[in-house]
Design a protein around this ligand. Structure first.
Ligand SMILES: NS(=O)(=O)c1ccc(S(=O)(=O)c2ccccc2)s1
Ligand SMILES: [Zn+2]
Length: 261
């Protein structure tokens, strides 16, 4: 089912083009964001995030990251405004991170990486009937990217790091109800936005990226918990620590990055 890909020497980002030629496309993600080259756009309204009736369902290890999935059967958790013409429904969130003492974000800001990056994945349920259909459409997905930098303990991230031991191995999944990702948002919703892609295979060029300017702070200890996850399955006798699961920045190819006001 599909092609095996990963973040190692043989199956990592520099080899993805072999099975996913769109890897060399014109709107690939992530990118390096250069703030003073981003253009302020008057008709970029404020981002509106409405996660009040948010319902997480489960947490899982898909062999590439740890993923929290949501009930997306109605518009209970949506983002709208900013660059978006419709409300987009929250489907899942996941993280990308580095190794001990190494940066692991996907987007960089003037060449600076962050310790980790949180992606909240939303889909356009107004224009498309299913998540799958939306995932291949040019305006199908909206991913909210939030940088994590090391500092103080994040008081709510514990809710996630405390259960990571239950999804240590690839293919594991556990109930994870009632988590509201509103608690992971920084205080400012100022953002950069540009048209891009999924940052993992299938690398569909279907993402409106919204990257928040303000990082959230998490402790080195909390980040270390992410690194106790494994890329490998329980029965696999090769235990490969899940870390450095990020794609490096891709060519801008003439795209404009806009900045909120
Ligand atoms: N890192 S990222 O936010 O760009 C991202 C990569 C893959 C996904 S997905 O698993 O939601 C997905 C979505 C559509 C098709 C297949 C997988 S989201
Ligand atoms: Zn991601």
């Amino acid at each position: 089912t599909g092609h095996h890909w990963g973040y190692g020497k043989e199956d990592g980002p520099s080899s993805w083009y072999k099975n996913y030629p769109v890897a060399e496309g014109n709107r690939q993600s992530p990118i390096d964001i250069v703030p003073n080259e981003a253009s302020r756009d008057r008709n970029l309204g404020p981002l509106m995030i409405n996660y009040d009736h948010c319902t997480s369902i489960n947490i899982s290890n898909n062999g590439h990251s740890v993923v929290v999935e949501f009930n997306d059967s109605d518009d209970r958790s949506v983002i709208k405004g900013g660059p978006l013409d419709n409300p987009y429904r929250l489907k899942q969130f996941h993280f990308h991170w580095g190794g001990k003492g190494h940066e692991g974000s996907e987007h960089t800001v003037s060449g600076k990486g962050f310790a980790s990056e949180l992606h909240l994945v939303h889909w356009n349920a107004v224009k498309y009937k299913t998540y799958g259909e939306a995932s291949t459409a040019p305006d199908g997905l909206a991913v909210l990217g939030i940088f994590l930098e090391t500092g103080d303990d994040h008081r709510w991230l514990h809710m996630i790091t405390d259960v990571l031991y239950t999804v240590k191995y690839k293919g594991s999944i556990t109930d994870f109800k009632g988590f509201n990702p509103k608690c992971l948002l920084p205080s400012s919703l100022h953002f950069w936005t540009y048209l891009g892609s999924l940052t993992t295979p299938p690398l569909h060029e279907s993402v409106i990226w919204i990257v928040l300017k303000e990082p959230i702070e998490v402790s080195e200890k909390q980040l270390g918990m992410l690194r106790m996850l494994l890329f490998t399955e329980e029965e696999d006798n090769q235990k490969m620590r899940m870390e450095n699961n990020f794609r490096p920045p891709q060519p801008l190819k003439g795209r404009r990055v806009r900045s909120s006001n």
